[in-house]
Design a protein around this ligand. Structure first.
Ligand code: HEM
Ligand SMILES: [Ca+2]
Length: 195
């Protein structure tokens, strides 16, 4: 579906053609059909170790916000599907600009985060530096964008900071291609086995 031009189309090939933003959300498309229902967002959050409350609230808000923006038809569906192929339409203001308008990864913008804000440690952000970045990214009066960015980055920080309270550069890199979610799921599975 994502690559209508590929005729032989194995799943691997399709994945190669996804934009980084599509990969960021594809983790939550638990059955890989190109659509993310709220139940899938919920299960994705649970799979990376979030609790019932955060997972349920996130599913409701993320699907409520992104379903109308990414749906192909004129009328939004009450089932709140998110269409992976249109996920770039879900971009909001006051973001870092690391994803461009098509959902591609802009390396210079990624480097800029650390050049500008990683003052204590060149390869990581403290909680205070993260807040400074969020403030610097704010477009004037873009209140919904402020809230969206704040939520994304705060949840990210909460789930992925290291033992010293730092958000490592490689961790931030991995959120942009979605690999962080695969890693968290794998770690959670292996720690469950040990317990
Ligand atoms: C624990 C789960 C998640 C975390 C920690 C997370 C974190 C992030 C972060 C840090 C960004 C970068 C924002 C920026 O560059 O300023 C981002 C962007 C984005 N995320 Fe997520 N995300 C999560 C789940 C999801 C889900 C489930 C969806 C939708 C199905 C989603 C859709 C998006 C979109 C559309 C953007 C682009 C926003 C923009 O650039 O304007 N994310 N996310
Ligand atoms: Ca699905």
């Amino acid at each position: 579906m994502i690559s209508p031009s590929s005729s032989s189309g194995s799943e691997g090939e399709e994945e190669m053609q996804m934009t980084p933003l599509q990969k960021h959300v594809a983790f939550f498309d638990r059955n890989n059909d190109g659509i993310i229902y709220p139940s899938e967002t919920y299960r994705g959050f649970r799979a990376i170790g979030s609790g019932v409350a955060l997972s349920a609230v996130s599913a409701l808000f993320i699907n409520g916000f992104l379903s109308p923006k990414t749906s192909p038809g004129k009328f939004p569906s009450p089932l709140l599907p998110i269409y992976v192929k249109n996920i770039h339409k879900g971009k909001h203001g006051s973001d870092s600009g690391v994803y461009d308008s098509e959902g591609r990864f802009v390396a210079s913008k990624f480097e800029e985060i650390f050049q500008k804000h990683a003052k204590t440690n060149p390869n990581a952000l403290t909680s205070k530096e993260l807040m400074e970045m969020l403030r610097a990214n704010r477009d004037p009066k873009d209140y919904s964008g402020w809230l969206a960015s704040w939520t994304e980055w705060k949840v990210f920080y909460m789930l992925c900071k290291d033992k010293d309270g730092l958000l490592q550069k490689e961790t931030v890199r991995a959120v942009y291609d979605g690999n962080i979610f695969l890693k968290m799921e794998a770690e959670r599975k292996s720690s469950k086995k040990k317990a």
